[in-house]
Design a protein around this ligand. Structure first.
Ligand SMILES: Cc1cc2nc3c(=O)[nH]c(=O)nc-3n(C[C@H](O)[C@H](O)[C@H](O)COP(=O)(O)O)c2cc1C
Length: 161
C-alpha cells in the first residue's frame, strides 16, 4: 500500500506526510506515479478546486482504495455527496480533510482569478452567515487547518481493513 498525493501549495502534502508517519507507508507525489506497481493499493490525497479533486485522474487506472480531498472549508464544498458524484467516487471510501490556503495576494495565475471571483461572490451576499464571513477572512488572509486529528477517520478506516 502506498500514499499518493497532489498538492499545489503544500497543505495536502503535509497530510500525506503525516499519514505516512502514522502508518509507516511510503508517500509520493503524482508526478512519480510511474514508480508505483499497477497492483499496489493506493490511498490518494488531492486538493479540491471547484469541487474537483486535483490529480485524481492520474491515479484512476491504479488500484485506488481510498480518496481524501483537502479544501479550506469546514466541510467538503459544496457537499460530501456532490464531491463524490462530481469525482465519480461511488463505491470508494472518501474522506474530507480540512487543509488550508495562502493569502490571496500570494496566489498566482488562473487560481488567483478563480479565487478572486469566488471572493467577490461571497462578498456580494446580502445576509452573510458565520461560515461566509469565515470564508472571506480565510481567502484574504490565508489559513492553515492541517491537524493530525483530522486524519483520525482515515486511520480508523485503515484499522478495519
Ligand atoms: C482556484 C481554487 C479553487 C478552490 N476550490 C475549492 C473548493 O471547491 N472546495 C474547497 O473546499 N476548497 C477549495 N479551494 C481551496 C484548496 O482546495 C485548499 O486550499 C487546499 O487545502 C490546498 O491544498 P494544497 O496546498 O495541497 O494545494 C480552492 C482553492 C483554489 C486556489
Amino acid at each position: 500500500m502506498v500514499i499518493v498525493y497532489e498538492s499545489k501549495t503544500g497543505f495536502t502534502k503535509k497530510y500525506a506526510e503525516m499519514l505516512a508517519e502514522k502508518t509507516g507507508l511510503k508517500t509520493l507525489p503524482t508526478s512519480e506515479i510511474s514508480k508505483v506497481n499497477q497492483d499496489a493499493e493506493i490511498i490518494f490525497l488531492g486538493w479540491l478546486k471547484a469541487g474537483k479533486i486535483q490529480g485524481l485522474n492520474k491515479v484512476r487506472k491504479y488500484n485506488l482504495i481510498a480518496v481524501c480531498g483537502s479544501g479550506t472549508a469546514r466541510r467538503a464544498e459544496p457537499s460530501t455527496e456532490a464531491v463524490i458524484a462530481r469525482n465519480k467516487l461511488e463505491g470508494i471510501p472518501f474522506f474530507y480533510l480540512r487543509g488550508g490556503c495562502l493569502p490571496l495576494k500570494e496566489i498566482k495565475g488562473m487560481d488567483k482569478v478563480l479565487l478572486s471571483m469566488f471572493l467577490w461572490i461571497l462578498k456580494s451576499r446580502r445576509d452573510k452567515d458565520e461560515e461566509t464571513e469565515e470564508a472571506i477572512e480565510i481567502i484574504e488572509n490565508g489559513f492553515d487547518g492541517v491537524k493530525e486529528e483530522n486524519l483520525e477517520p482515515v486511520l480508523q478506516w485503515l484499522k478495519t481493513r
